[in-house]
Design a protein around this ligand. Structure first.
Ligand SMILES: O=C(O)CCC(=O)C(=O)O
Length: 241
């Protein structure tokens, strides 16, 4: 007898082994169009310094999505991602960042990198990427080096953030509403966008509760946002402490 939890258990096992996994159909399909529209609105309304184009010109990012639309509220409370947090960080975790990233048509592949080093208090960092658009081989799907999270150790801490890129990375493709879950220590980066369309994604990261978050949500969220948040969401954002 198969249960709804079996795919989740399989994904968690993959996360442990490879450092990343993809869980399909996490965001209900009826929510995808409103999320997509809210994403485009937020990017139109966003302004520097929260709206930034990478130095390569390949991608545009919008930081601090928590305040920008209620459509984003569910995206940092996704059950399979929170289950992965409990397993990898433990029950004491919080959201460190939530942002959007558009990989622009014509973008070159992003160098492989990690999002955290073992000597930082944000270790272990568990990240997720919600596919707003389909991730395909030709439009900038994120690539990962399997098992590379094991290469990151306190003893072997590297200088700088770029990791060797010998084409051993694999692309992670999926339908809109799929979610990639990965350790920030797994070598990763987006691939080239050879299509004529942007590739949109919403991504975030969780860290131990005692670690230094990328965003102080207590300072960054406005009262309207805080009033609509559930107690569970307030806890994950650590806005009350
Ligand atoms: O958007 C992507 O595909 C890659 C994201 C990434 O590299 C990161 O969040 O560090």
């Amino acid at each position: 007898v198969s249960t709804a939890r079996e795919p989740q258990a399989a994904a968690l096992a993959e996360l442990r082994t490879h450092g990343f996994c993809v869980v399909p159909n996490v965001v209900p399909s009826a929510h995808l169009a409103p999320i997509s529209a809210a994403y485009d609105r937020a990017f139109v309304e966003g302004a520097p310094p929260d709206l930034r184009t990478s130095s390569s010109g390949g991608d545009r990012r919008l930081f601090h999505l928590v305040d920008r639309a209620p459509e984003f509220d569910e995206l940092y409370m996704l059950e399979p991602v929170l289950a992965a947090c409990v397993e990898s960080i433990g029950p004491q975790f919080k959201l460190s960042s939530l942002g959007g990233r558009t990989v622009l048509p014509g973008a070159a592949k992003q160098p492989l990198h990690v999002d955290v080093r073992p000597d930082q208090d944000a270790w272990p960092l568990l990240a997720f990427i919600v596919m707003v658009d389909e991730f395909r081989a030709d439009n900038g799907a994120t690539r990962f080096v399997r098992g590379s999270h094991r290469a990151e150790t306190r003893e072997g801490a590297r200088e700088g953030n770029h990791r060797p890129d010998d084409d051993s990375a694999v692309q992670v493709c999926g339908e809109p509403g799929s979610v990639i879950v990965y350790f920030g220590s797994t070598w990763h980066g987006y691939s080239a966008n050879r299509s004529s369309e942007p590739r949109r994604a919403i991504q975030g990261a969780y860290i131990p509760r005692g670690g230094t978050a990328a965003v102080d949500w207590a300072a960054r969220t406005n009262p309207a946002t805080r009033n609509r948040l559930s107690p569970a969401a307030r806890h994950v954002l650590a806005v009350d402490c």
